[in-house]
Unconditional design. Sequence first.
Length: 287
Amino acid sequence: MAGYRILHLSDTHLLADGALHYDLVDTTANLRRVLERAAGVGALDLVIVTGDCSEDGSRDSYAALRAIVEPWAEQRGARAVFVMGNHDLPEGFGAELGDGAGGAAPAGPIDAVVRFGGLRLIVLDSSVAGAGYGRLEPGQLARLRDELAAPAPDGTVIALHHPPVPAATELLQGLALQQPAALAEAVRGSDVRLILAGHYHHPLVATLAGVPVVVSTAVTNLADVLGDPGVEQASFSSGGTLVELDDQQGLRVLPFHVPVPREGEAVFRLDAQRVAQIIEAAGPPTS
């Protein structure tokens, strides 16, 4: 079984014309810093951005993302793959990135299957139009089970935006993937070696049905998982994750941090009332 090296990025939140996220964070500059920091990693097979590629869903933001990431990936022999997140809009994403993996955008969820050597990458669109939480439709899960029925020579990696494991804060849990057990049943006993996700804006490693789940820190900012209960906050910071798959070590996960201007200062701080309002507006229906 061949070895594979993946640069896992997430939550780039680019805006048209390089506008600032929360009117504070230069996400385009953050992305460039992360790639500069990762420039010495050597050859790669895949560069995967697991969703919230854009903040405003504009074609310009996706064009800028592709113009930055794809040449960098190609210089290292890697293929760039982009995943839909809850801030992404299918119109702009599809127009500029297609299915995110080199093909045309499909009707419905923007899923894709990519083969790199003997490795199979399955991209799942967990976004819900107009919402912050995630969901996989029955049809997506059925197609996933059909695809996994035939193993790939070097196994399978799944990439989606919403992690199929519990969140560390109230807000993130309120905007989490719904019914992760359905995904667990689909991957249990299959050749899936790894699940990559974003959305939580902090590094996390967990398991789903015995499969490692790796959540990359965000390019945009860093969520505080050890803050005051009932308060949601994020600070100026950035980073990514290098993931290695091989026979000898199995899985090796190397998160890395990239300092940014105003490092460690608060980007936002939300009290319990504001957190509840966001969950009510962007979370799953309660009835």
